[in-house]
Write a protein that binds this ligand. Structure first.
Ligand SMILES: Nc1ncnc2c1ncn2[C@@H]1O[C@H](COP(=O)(O)OP(=O)(O)OP(=O)(O)O)[C@@H](O)[C@H]1O
Ligand SMILES: [Mg+2]
Length: 242
């Protein structure tokens, strides 16, 4: 699959609340990559993710996932999506939630325990979600997205509220999944996560500022870390606009 794109976004423009929130965005997510979607709060990360998952009304442009238009029915079982706010039932246990999601997604019930294990919630599997911490709830949502082993995972800020050890464990899991051929698009506004990605997409005010490998973006901006690279890109854009 090397060299092929799992997601192709072409000149995508989206309006929300009367404002342009994505402005002619063109980008790709390489198959088998971990692509980090980074940008400040309000830059359009969730909107781009929603467009890829096919739940966002778009004004113009196209989004293709695995060669099909975003939102196609056949893509439903091929994309695992974790929304920014955990979307699981508080009055069900971890395992009950996952059994329920497995049933509606047509995933095998035997996937449930593997997904619980993968997110490190084995000792909480019979606990009600209402009794879990925020980070644990996030992981239940993540486990739900893993059911059925979809080839594409789209994760909107999956590591918010997690401690460093858990964040590291989850990133290891993302790398294992990518190693087995899963394509991951992971949004974050924490720049220190960017270096864990094979490819980066930097958004600012609804526009793509840069796309490429972390090392390439650092080299291009002559910086040592991605936070500085991001700021250097903003400075050069502003200098050009003057
Ligand atoms: N339901 C909505 N109605 C109107 N405008 C919205 C809506 N949701 C988001 N927006 C606007 O769209 C823009 C992009 O929002 P989006 O949620 O995509 O940003 P984000 O990069 O995901 O931010 P964050 O890091 O805070 O999650 C923001 O200016 C926001 O105010
Ligand atoms: Mg968001």
């Amino acid at each position: 699959m090397e060299g092929t794109s799992a997601v192709v976004v072409d000149q995508l423009t989206v309006h929300r609340g009367g404002n342009v929130v994505l402005d002619s965005v063109t980008c790709q997510v390489a198959a088998g990559s971990i692509t980090g979607l980074l940008g400040p709060s309000g830059s359009g990360k969730s909107t781009l993710i929603r467009s890829i998952v096919g739940v966002q009304r778009v004004s113009s442009g196209t989004v293709q996932v695995l060669g099909k238009p975003a939102g196609s029915k056949s893509l439903r079982s091929l994309i695992g999506y974790v929304t920014q706010a955990p979307s699981v039932y508080a009055d069900l246990s971890v395992r009950e939630n996952l059994r329920y999601f497995a049933a509606i997604m047509g995933a095998s019930p035997s996937d449930v325990d593997g997904a619980i294990l993968a997110v490190g919630l084995k000792d909480k599997s019979v606990a009600l979600v209402s009794r879990l911490s925020g980070g644990q709830r996030t992981r239940v949502s993540l486990a739900a997205a893993l059911l059925g082993s979809p080839p594409v995972l789209v994760l909107d800020e999956p590591t918010v509220g997690l401690d460093p050890v858990l964040r590291r464990d989850l990133w290891e899991m993302f790398h294992e999944l990518a190693g087995r051929g899963t394509t991951l698009l992971v949004s974050s506004h924490v720049m220190d996560e960017a270096d864990r990605c094979s490819d980066l997409l930097l958004l600012r005010e609804g526009k793509v500022m840069a796309q490429g490998a972390p090392v390439a973006i650092r080299d291009r901006t002559n910086t040592h870390d991605l936070e500085s690279a991001f700021l250097a890109l903003i400075d050069s854009e502003e200098a050009m606009a003057r």
